[in-house]
Each structure stands twice: as C-alpha cells, then as structure tokens.
Design a protein around this ligand. Structure first.
Ligand code: MG
Ligand code: ZN
Length: 372
C-alpha cells in the first residue's frame, strides 16, 4: 500500500513537473495534453552567438534587409547560467530545452547533474515526430542539449550514444567520427540503420531518396567526420536539410512536430573576431529563416521562434561606419552577457513579447503546444 501511495505521488509529481524542470526519474508516461493547443508545430531556430551587433551588421551587409523584419513579435531574454553571468552554449541550450538554469558545460542536466526531460523528448512522448539540424557537429552543445544528458559537453561519444536512446525522426549535422570510430568500438551508424534510420546523403534528390528508403521511417545524415566547413568554404547543406526536415516531419505527423535548427558558426566567427565569417553565416541563416517563414505562413498552424543562446565577441558597429562600409570592433574572443533578442511568429507568438529568463522560452513553447 505504501509503495502504491508513493508511486501515485511520484507519478503526480512527475506529471506536474517541478519548478526545477522535469527530472527524468522514471520512463516518461504522459497523459494527453489538457490545455488548449495553440500551435500544432514548433520550429525553433537558434543562431549561436547571434547578438544585436551580429544581426545589425548582417542586415546592413544585406542591403539593409533581413527576414527578421517579418516576425510579428520581439522580446528579450536574460542569458545568464546558474554559475556564471556569462553563459556557454551548453547551459543556454539546456535552459531552452529543459527549462532549468544549470552550470556551464551541462548538457540536458540540472545543477545537481540530474537528467531533465527535453522538449524533444517530451514531443516524442506525445508521439510527435522530432528533428535536429545544425551547421556544427550534431553532438555539439546546442543540438546535444535537446537529446542528450551529460555533465560535460565534451563527452561527444557519450552524447552520440544518446541518439540511440530516443526516437528522434530526423537529424543532420557533422561529427560522423563520434558515431563510427569510437573508443568503445560500437558502430552507431550501423546501430541506427538497424533501428530503422536511412543514414546517408539525401540532399541530391530528396524525393527519390525518400521513395528508395520508404521502409526507413527515420533519416539521419552525418555530413562530415568532424566540424562542418564554414559556409564561405563550401558548406551548403543547412538550408536544404532544414526545409527537407520540416517537410519530412510534417508528412509523418498528424498531431504536429518539433524541430530545432541551429546556425552554429556565427559564434565561431565571433570567437575568431572575424566579421566576414559572422556575416556570411548570418546571411545563410537569414535566407533559411525566410524560407521557414514562407513555409509556416502557408501552413498556418506553426509557431516559429528564433533566438540566440548568447552574444559572442562583444561585437559592435563603431563611429565612422556607413551601411556600405562598417567599422566594427570586438571587445573579446569570448561570449558576452548582454540580453538577447527573441523573435516569434505564428500561433502563440504573442507569448514571446517582453523581457524574461531564457528558461521562459521552454515554458512558453510548452504552453503553445498545450502541454500540461
Ligand atoms: Mg552551438
Ligand atoms: Zn561560443
């Protein structure tokens, strides 16, 4: 009897979540959502290291035009982590994915190192198809925080193994070596194939690829052995992989999907104090954002949320600049602590106006889905 009561209480606590987030103490069993569903699909876009300076310079470099002007709602989030006013990408993405402030370096775990259920895992529990696309490795801090649970962002092989523990339907990014050349000699590409994933380059002809692989109901594409190239050096998959992913997940789903897409290397341009690197990565992302908004406008049931995890480099536009010729400076090669803009469009977008914690993005996405 006592065991029964304890298990009822813990089930209730689990179902309600806690202010600290939903610690994964047992297998996720979720009742049907009871709150009204506002958005069917959520497309969550993250520009790593994309602060106001990066957005401004990218917009002027693009002839004073950006897709960001199309968003109906703008807000600001406070990006600090649990142990530092200056967050890293892991703690920041964990705040978005899990709704907790945690320590820098943490992947999907709270400040006590306990695993916390992510938005992607919760969507899977509701039987919704899910996806991750990044222009870094797919085990890098930002995408990893949506699918893995680890005390360190550097444990790339352990993070890769966590891909086998979920039912993610679609993922694209670099880092193949963490899947098939591992110290434990597991071949995760083979394991994923056995689990039903088509693992290969599908970008040449997506529809032929889908029909050839019609027994495979999931798709994974590891685009490079380690880090993908900068866009200026020939990386060209981010836009196509993202738009194919949205189409793939939408076709699989009757009850909505979740996808997180990251433009990863705006941050790397900031770390290397390279204005051209920042702008070329931003311009690719800007084009992708335009296509995502076109798709979402047509769909009418999709919430699009765009933000950054933090700013990188303390990048600003200086006196003497013109729109055609900007004089920019960096104040460091590290992240800065400034508030970060949030852009939202589609059903539920109004929830994203205001100034709030980065963890509130998690809560507002859950509200938009109608999750209890
Ligand atoms: Mg990142
Ligand atoms: Zn960084």
């Amino acid at each position: 009897m006592r065991i029964l009561i304890i298990s009822i209480i813990s089930t209730l606590l689990y179902a309600c979540g806690t202010p600290k987030g939903q610690v994964l103490t047992s297998a996720p069993i979720i009742e049907k959502p009871v709150k009204p569903k506002i958005a069917k699909n959520v497309i969550f876009l993250i520009g790593d290291g994309m602060g106001i300076g990066q957005i401004t310079a990218g917009t002027y470099a693009n002839g004073n035009k950006t897709s960001l002007e199309r968003f109906s709602v703008i807000g600001l989030h406070k990006p600090y982590s649990h142990n530092s006013l200056i967050t890293d990408s892991a703690a920041a993405a964990t705040s978005f994915a899990c709704g907790v402030k945690t320590f820098n370096g943490a992947i999907g775990v709270d400040n006590d190192t306990l695993p916390v259920r992510t938005l992607l895992e919760e969507a899977e529990a509701y039987n919704m198809p899910t996806g991750l696309v990044a222009s870094s490795t797919i085990v890098h801090a930002t995408p990893a925080s949506f699918i893995a649970h680890n005390v360190s962002r550097k444990n790339y092989e352990e993070i890769a193994a966590d891909f086998l523990k979920t039912d993610i339907d679609y993922f694209v990014g670099g880092g193949k070596k963490y899947f098939d050349r591992r110290t434990d000699e597991r071949d995760l590409v083979t394991e994923l194939t056995t689990k039903g994933y088509a693992m290969g380059n599908f970008l040449e002809d997506f529809s032929t690829y889908k029909s050839k692989n019609n027994t495979a109901n999931k798709i994974g594409y590891l685009t490079s052995d380690s880090d993908p190239l900068p866009v200026a050096q020939g990386r060209d998959y981010l836009i196509d992989a993202s738009m194919h992913g949205i189409e793939f997940l939408d076709n699989k789903s009757t009850g909505g999907f979740f996808i997180m897409i990251e433009s990863s290397q705006i941050d790397w341009g900031g770390h290397s104090n390279d204005e051209d690197y920042i702008i070329s990565e931003f311009l690719e992302f800007d084009k992708l954002i335009g296509q995502v908004l076109d798709w979402a406008d047509k769909d009418g049931e999709t919430l699009v949320v765009l933000t950054a995890d933090h700013e990188t480099g303390g990048f600003t536009i200086q006196p003497g600049s013109t729109m055609d010729s900007m004089v920019t400076t960096f104040t460091s090669t590290k992240h800065s602590g400034d508030f970060i803009p949030v852009f939202a469009d589609g059903p539920g977008a109004d929830k994203f106006s205001g100034l709030y914690e980065n963890t509130d993005i998690y809560h507002r996405i859950r509200e938009a889905y109608g999750w209890e």
